[in-house]
Design a protein around this ligand. Sequence first.
Ligand code: AP5
Length: 216
Amino acid sequence: MRVVFLGPPGAGKGTQAKVIAEAAGMAHISTGDILREAVARETDLGKKAKAFMESGGLVPDDLVVAMVAERLSRGDCAKGFILDGFPRTVPQAEALSGTLSGMKASLDAVVYFKVDDEQVVERLSGRRMCRKCNANYHVAFMPPKKAGVCDKCGGELYQRDDDKPETIRRRLKVYYDQTADLIRYYRERGLLREVDASASPEAVLGGVKRALGLAK
Ligand code: AP5
């Protein structure tokens, strides 16, 4: 199955993508994770992307499109994939369609995570990530057993630079200005499946599975 997870920052796309991809043996492709790794390693891509990410803006389409096309060509995508955080603009969606056509493939579904701005701010300001394994927590909603320490690998938990209040506001604005058009784009193509992402993580997981036909 080839799927896109779409929705505002902090809607829970990454949280659910990790669980579903692991259970279904699909590749989880998070453009945010790939870009953060490139920034940390100071690669050419990372150097170009850094300032856009720090300000809460989008990295230019050509850079992200090339990065995703390369990632989709790898063997682990043969059994299917979840694209988490891509596409973010209509030109990215059109480029994805072209890349998949070249692979004689197409998308099966686009899951739209619906959640309001207040919850976005609450979720992002409490998010903590593991420096070692990238696991994600929330200080109130999904707390680690020991504050500041990853349950899975013992790594140090940190707050993403773009999870500061002023950057969260900017990311939301960018979402409404540039990404929200994608909802109409995919609805018109009959691919959009809406999920109420405001519920608990377990309830959202059930909704996503039903939307993908993985549960009744
Ligand atoms: P990216 O990393 O993709 O950030 P994002 O889309 O803003 O998404 P987030 O990771 O913030 O949120 P999420 O929906 O995955 O939520 P999560 O599951 O973590 O992108 C970062 C930057 O990279 C962009 O700003 C841009 O600069 C660049 N970039 C990336 N892709 C790009 C592209 N295609 N084009 C151009 N630039 C690009 O959950 C959030 C928190 O809530 C966590 O703490 C979690 O524990 C908690 N939580 C999750 N679900 C629930 C729930 N149901 N109830 C309560 N808490 C919950």
